[in-house]
Design a protein around this ligand. Sequence first.
Ligand code: NAG
Ligand code: NAG
Length: 700
Amino acid sequence: MPERLAEMLLDLWTPLIILWITLPPCIYMAPMNQSQVLMSGSPLELNSLSEEQRILSRSKRGWVWNQMFVLEEFSGPEPILVGRLHTDLDPGSKKIKYILSGDGAGTIFQINDITGDIHAIKRLDREEKAEYTLTAQAVDWETNKPLEPPSEFIIKVQDINDNAPEFLNGPYHATVPEMSILGTSVTNVTATDADDPVYGNSAKLVYSILEGQPYFSIEPETAIIKTALPNMDREAKEEYLVVIQAKDMGGHSGGLSGTTTLTVTLSDVNDNPPKFAQSLYHFSVPEDVILGTAIGRVKANDQDIGENAQSSYDIIDGDGTALFEITSDAQAQDGIIRLRKPLDFETKKSYTLKLEAANVHTDPRFSSRGPFKDTATVKIVVEDADEPPVFSSPTYLLEVHENAALNSVIGQVTARDPDITASPIRFSIDRHTDLERQFNINADDGKLTLATPLDRELSVWHNITIIATEIRNHSQISRVPVAIKVLDVNDNAPEFASEYEAFLCENGKPGQVIQTVSAMDKDEPKNGHYFLYSLLPEMVNNPNFTIKKNEDNSLSILAKHNGFNRQKQEVYLLPIIISDSGNPPLSSTSTLTIRVCGCSNDGVVQSCNVEAYVLPIGLSMGALIAILACIILLLVIVVLFVTLRRHKNEPLIIKDDEDVRENIIRYDDEGGGEEDTEAFDIATLQNPDGINGFLPPLCP
Ligand SMILES: *[C@@H]1O[C@H](CO)[C@@H](O)[C@H](O)[C@H]1NC(C)=O
Ligand SMILES: *[C@@H]1O[C@H](CO)[C@@H](O)[C@H](O)[C@H]1NC(C)=O
């Protein structure tokens, strides 16, 4: 029992302290000798001492000379004596009066102006004001003249334990993870005590737990709260109320105390695995359900909360792993089974899946408890549904020759009702896809026939939609695209690729190529036709022209002889037979018009028949330039002609025109006149249209 003994001793000691605190005023009240007067701490008294005494007294009791003490909260019947002022001045010769001024003078502290006794006339509170600064002075009773300079002193209010500790920030809340080890720090709290912290134990606090054991403990000095039990389980109890006491006087009896509450919440850790609510689930689903549709939900419960309760779901086994999938709904923390591939009641009527739910966020601390996952079985029953007809193919490609006879069968589509009831099917053409009613369909057997003639050269593709409808349930409809390709038949004869116009030079040589022509054919292939060219049978031995096939499938027309003369015949017509290589081949006769023209020596056509000389109303730029060139040429000729004439008849020209003469001298004066053909071909001038190839074309 050493604690009891200490407590008893302390109980005994406490009144001693109080006695000691209250002692100084008591001493003042007792009759005093010289030394006691000094202890009263009067500054006036001190001032009146000799220098020697002052040094002596200060060194002896320096702490008391200018301060007094008074206990707070004292409430006796009489005002409490705080201290006494005294001066050594001879009271016989002069009557002395004591005057007090400063903090609380007259209101809190009263002085007996004759005796110098200072009384506190009000209850004092150290926590409100711990010290008062006052000034005392001794004056002459009659004249009020100061006998000494004023002296300042302090009255200190002495603490008693009149304030209990207080938790200013309470009530408190704290969180600690569940499953924490023993001694894990939770939080700390602080109480304050208004009493004097440096004087006595009135503000010395000790903390203890009144409620909340054995779960939590508190360190008495630091007020740190710790867990006192290991592995507290949030899933068992989440919240704890802890009552904390702070007691002053070092926690001993007689001290004052204050309490506060602390609410401790255990935060979650992942210490629980997921668990399926059922070990076996049953779902049923119609076979025609749309892909992606949710078929059912499963849920694995987890006692943890938040992300610690999050599970991911998986299909780990079963005969439906390819057809179904499971997704995790993080919000509802459940798993949704969805259809991934089409079901067919007629093929398989039920499936079994094995599911697994596993925690997403696991805590390695609890891995020793085994895997944080669970499994369950799902049975899915497929229900029969009335399904629309199914075509034998998702698309059809049909081909038909463009010359196919009307009502001939192009092809056939088939469809069946997949249901057990197997309703008969009727077929029709979606007329929006066959606006021209090109085709018909046999409603019963799906045979597609031609309603109007086809022309590949107009349209190669006829893409239509065929509808199948169940007779027993007209709402069960399926549609299928049918692409009909029109195949080519050689129904177009070849012809000239363009309108050719051929020109034949009068001065041409035998065997010269007059024109090269090529042919085209609208039928397939677009390029790469092989054409045969021939002359009409009665023209095979044409004396004037012959033909020659070129390697590039074109044809050259050649003149057989020279000496063509447009005066004799301006235009020749040469019919040419072109035939394709189709089966059977088609041919046509195109006639080439050949005009006989005058040409330059190098074979450039210059003028054709007489009709062509008539100027067209709208002249081309080239023609205008040609005409202009002719006019200029004519002018030049005329000038030359005149010059030559002048040269011949020189005497007739005005002789004093020196400039003209100089100009003339430049010419060969000894020239041969009309016989000088080297200089000018007079014949040309005389007969401009006379010689081929000399004059530009189109000159009149
Ligand atoms: C029709 O269908 C065929 C085959 O699918 C396609 O090649 C063609 O471009 C289509 N024609 C039209 C005009 O849609
Ligand atoms: C050949 O040309 C001559 C005149 O140049 C003409 O009389 C004759 O009819 C032509 N023959 C044919 C087959 O065109």
